[in-house]
Design a protein around this ligand. Sequence first.
Ligand code: DGL
Length: 268
Amino acid sequence: MDNRPIGVFDSGIGGLTVLQEIMEQLPGEDVVYFGDTARIPYGTRSRETVIKYSFQCIRFLLSKDIKAIVIACNTASAMALEEARKVFEVPILGVIDPGANAAVSSTKNNKIGVIGTTGTINSEAYQKKIRGAHPLLEVIGISCPLFVPIVEEGWEDTDVAFITAEKYLSELKEHTIDTLVLGCTHYPILRYTVGKVMGDGVKLINPAYETAKCTKKLLKEEEILSEKVDGAKYEFYVSDDPEKFRRIGGNILRKEITTIQKVNIELL
Ligand code: DGL
């Protein structure tokens, strides 16, 4: 038993899709969430920079006496998870392995698509993990950089989102994939639009949901689950304007964000 909070971080608000799943699947776990809103996007940055930023986020969360860390950001998981595990002793979980494993279990025709930021797709983190599970698996990765601003504008169910999705996803349709990983924090919010474009024959994998499942498993294995069964507390920290995070984040969580503070992440 360990009643200390879990630390969750992302480049901004997108990681709230992961937090939402943790809230649902682990209602007794307190969480400290950090959104690096001053330095978003991570998806267009170099590996070196994403590692540096991720380490600063981890150091901040460690200062809050957390018992485990969930890297909610796909780009940071793809680029910094391995390095972070070498440096920090706390259990750290990313979103790539849970999403990739779920895709491998789901496919029937061995053709899997992955969509994500340019950084995540170019890192090949999902592709390597999936191909590593079975050499016969075909993986097609496509970066969809416009999806993040579309979601942050609240346009996920509009014609703009649909037309953009049709353009990005046409290549995946040609490959007749039967499974598609929504490999970016924001993309689960676009799932209805992506589902409409891809059709019923394509199963959408939500790494946020899978990561919460794996977090529960990890806490059990490490015997660090909280004693509480519900009534968890949530603290939020950001590196830029808390008001914007409160407004957009509240819409994603469908819950008012009350405790939120700005921190100077550059100093860590
Ligand atoms: N959170 C990022 C991810 O999941 C998307 C936004 C960004 O580029 O920082 O990859």
